[in-house]
Design a protein around this ligand. Structure first.
Ligand code: ATP
Ligand code: MG
Length: 444
């Protein structure tokens, strides 16, 4: 891809209307364009990143045995009246009337709709567990949309729902998602900490928010620093192992402000381990038992012949918010360098060629390198404009491909100037470059 032909509308300076660095960068490099308050179009660069995040989210849902479906964005008010949330949800719900004067709404979440799908087909404990998820746009008429796509009105979310025969099995499902979230965020190169959270309007008993630390985050958190040293390595997809994983995290105090209790914090965490800070919520999991299945009559036959309401949980990830969250975590605003984790980078490599009107040799070389990289499944973007090299580098630093290749006027035989953002450049051959990049692209 040539930068001259790409739709990447870069601004010279940081836009003044944006307050946090992710919003600034996303506008600056043209990842998104606002269409109305809290509603955005995703332009090629932003969309590429979001799609890669979505793919990782999907793979980690599939790995725990969740099945993907796709529910519509527009829902009927009927099912929300059944659950009792049609009134409760309040002004965040966008309510619409169709031409027959039927009350419709743009889904802010899908507990009701998925329960309706479930109850129409699943009748026996023998078909459980069922883990269903979809990745779909949501609309919440947020009172104060802000920070670009971080808190907007229309956003892209993965939401999953579990259905089990009893509490014990339901906790097994809950723990599967707990593991899958840790793995998902790790592949995005983020440290997301699970924090005990309030169950809020969804209701229920058990809940964790997954938070990444950021000064600009809207969630206040209180943790024991030692939680940052934990990981999910070696956890197997079976009850005991998953239970141990959750216990391992829960042994360290870590809560959001709704759950904060000063006395408890000070008793459980020694002064040197206390961390009070802010973070961004990127995921949220809930266990709420029969809250919806009871009101909506979703029951299953039990082994002994009796019936019971199915036990449910729900599990969200803010796919579009994650684009901003990764920028908050990775963008070095002072030096204007964005380095995308290779797993979600819009391009793996930027090729910066010194272009001379009468001599196409460096552009030819850039093209040859790009097509060699392509053969190894490495995506590049070539800066083919006639700007000077330093402004090209500046631009590529913002676009954020984690690697750069610079082709100067006098290129040496087979040595190429190659650099990983944030590190020294080196002159090496293409085979070595491909090897270095491929090593980083390995899925863990
Ligand atoms: P918040 O406390 O940030 O409003 P929430 O508790 O309402 O979040 P959930 O209903 O659990 O969020 O939604 C799942 C995920 O969707 C959240 O963890 C977040 O990443 C994302 N999300 C929620 N609201 C928004 C929004 N207005 N804009 C972008 N992403 C959002
Ligand atoms: Mg909310």
């Amino acid at each position: 891809m040539y930068i001259s032909k790409s739709f990447i509308p870069i601004l010279k300076n940081s836009p003044s209307e944006a307050k946090i660095k992710s919003h600034k960068l996303m506008l600056r490099v043209g990842m998104i364009k606002q269409s109305s308050a809290g509603i955005y179009s995703w332009l090629p660069l932003g969309f590429k990143v979001m799609k890669k995040i979505e793919k990782i989210v999907r793979e980690e849902q599939d790995r725990i045995g969740a099945q993907e479906i796709l529910m519509p964005t527009i829902q009927s008010s009927e099912i929300w009246k059944e659950s009792g949330r049609y009134e409760d949800y309040g002004d965040e719900m966008l309510r619409i009337k169709d031409r027959q004067d039927r009350e419709m709404l743009y889904g802010p979440t899908n507990e009701e709709l998925v329960t309706d799908i479930f109850r129409s087909s699943i009748k026996s404990y023998k078909s459980l567990p069922q883990l269903l998820y979809h990745i779909q746009w949501k609309f919440r008429d947020e009172i104060r949309p802000r920070f670009g796509i971080m808190r907007c009105r229309e956003f892209y979310m993965k939401d999953a729902y579990s259905f089990d025969v009893n509490d014990e099995e339901a906790l097994f499902s809950y723990n599967k998602f707990f593991l899958s979230y840790l793995k998902t965020f790790k592949r995005l190169d983020l440290t997301a900490i699970p924090m005990a959270a309030d169950t809020g309007p969804i209701g229920g008993s058990l809940s964790h928010e997954f938070i990444i630390l950021a000064e600009t985050g809207e969630s206040k958190i209180f943790t024991d620093k030692r939680i940052f040293d934990l990981n999910s390595d070696g956890t197997r997809l079976e009850k005991k192992s998953l239970d141990d994983l959750r216990k391992k995290y829960e042994q360290f105090y870590s809560v959001t402000d709704e759950k904060f209790n000063k006395e408890e914090f000070e008793k459980k965490v020694s002064e040197s381990n206390r961390l009070k800070t802010k973070g961004i919520e990127v995921g949220h999991i809930f266990y709420f038992g029969d809250k919806y299945s009871k009101s909506m009559g979703a029951s299953v036959d039990l082994p002994g012949g009796k019936k019971d309401f199915v036990k449910m949980g729900s599990y969200g990830i803010g796919v579009s918010r994650l684009v901003g969250a990764i920028i908050e975590a990775k963008y070095d605003e002072k030096n204007e360098i964005m380095k995308w984790p290779i797993s979600v980078a819009p391009y793996d490599v930027s090729i910066i060629a010194m272009i001379n009107k009468n001599d196409t040799s460096s552009l030819d070389r850039a093209n040859r390198i790009a097509s060699e990289l392509e053969k190894s499944d490495i995506q590049s973007i070539i800066d083919d404009t006639d700007e000077n090299i330093s402004s090209k580098i500046k631009k590529m630093n913002l676009i954020g491909a984690p690697f750069q290749i610079i082709i100067g006027k006098q290129a040496e035989a087979d040595l190429i100037e190659f650099k990983e953002l944030g590190k020294e450049s080196q002159k090496i051959n293409l085979t070595t470059i491909i090897k270095i990049i491929k090593e980083q692209k390995v899925i863990n």
